[in-house]
Design a protein around this ligand. Structure first.
Ligand code: ZN
Ligand code: ZN
Length: 80
């Protein structure tokens, strides 16, 4: 799962800053990676998009969001 979250509040955020006025922390991207044993591929959703099997949790990767990436994420979210 790819989400933009506030690292302090630990909740998904729509923009580049936390919506909580008391927080206002810059958001980061959170990549949750799973592994599908059926297809032997890493997946970003809990359910494999090709076989529908539940993937095995591997890791959550937190990192700052770059402007290009934010644009990409907003495109991905629009298409979901
Ligand atoms: Zn926050
Ligand atoms: Zn699969």
């Amino acid at each position: 799962m790819i989400e933009i979250i506030c690292p302090k509040c630990k909740i998904p955020m729509p923009g580049n800053k936390c919506v909580n006025p008391k927080c206002g922390h810059a958001t980061i991207s959170s990549y949750t990676i799973y592994w599908c044993e059926e297809c032997n591929v890493p997946i970003f959703e809990k359910e494999c998009p090709s076989c529908g099997k539940e993937g095995e949790y591997i890791a959550t990767d937190l990192r700052p969001v770059f402007p290009e990436e934010r644009l990409l994420l907003s495109i991905i979210k629009e298409n979901l």
